[in-house]
Design a protein around this ligand. Sequence first.
Ligand code: MN
Length: 260
Amino acid sequence: MNPLVTNDDGVYAPGISILTAALAREGLNPTVVAPDRERSSVGHAITLTRPLRVWPVTGRVYPADVPAYCCDGTPSDCVVLGVDEVAPETDWVISGINNGPNLGDDLTYSGTVSAAMEGTILGRHALAVSLNCHREHEDRRYEDAAEIVIRLLRWVSRSPIPYGVLLNVNIPNLPLAEMKGIKVTRQGKREYADKVTPLTDPFGRAFYWVAGRPEDDLVEGSDVWAVAHGFVSVTPVHMDMTHYDTMALLRDGGVEGEMF
Ligand code: MN
């Protein structure tokens, strides 16, 4: 396996370096191309209006035999450049381990998940992996999460999944022994309450901070439900956003015939 590893927390984040070290220990051939700074919640953006640069990571962040590069673009830029220029032999795009979950409606905002989406668009297998840690968690169990990724990769190497489908994996911030197991889930519902906080700057002008408190609809079988109950959540995600039932509704309602 020749995984291209990226993330949206930046190339120096602990999640990506711990994951990459685990992939190398497993005997895989990872190459890292990741953003030079945090790019969380940039979604699937690619950079078209300025040039992009890629340069080697310095310092002992990655094992010496792992090629590792920074890029001054988005996570999806990293995947495009990684697959097209740096490591054309890439067969898997692995994005993470993100500092925080990517559940429910987070998916389209997430740079982590979008990088995996870019991998599927470029014809590679892809996996996005996020740790369900929160601001109050002092302990971030990236090593345990990396072990889950290794076990999943062993499984998919025996039981291949189709191209065009990525696995969105969310892992509880727990020691391995305290995790309840793995649940195959569907994308759930996560809404953010009090999304906009209006504040005032030192000159008396209003400014706004978009954040909010996640409120999950804990329906059994969903990704939010699984991690809330201590399970690793594995959601197969594909890029076809067509709503097929509504196609029939539009056609049966006559929209194709009535306008012209
Ligand atoms: Mn992030």
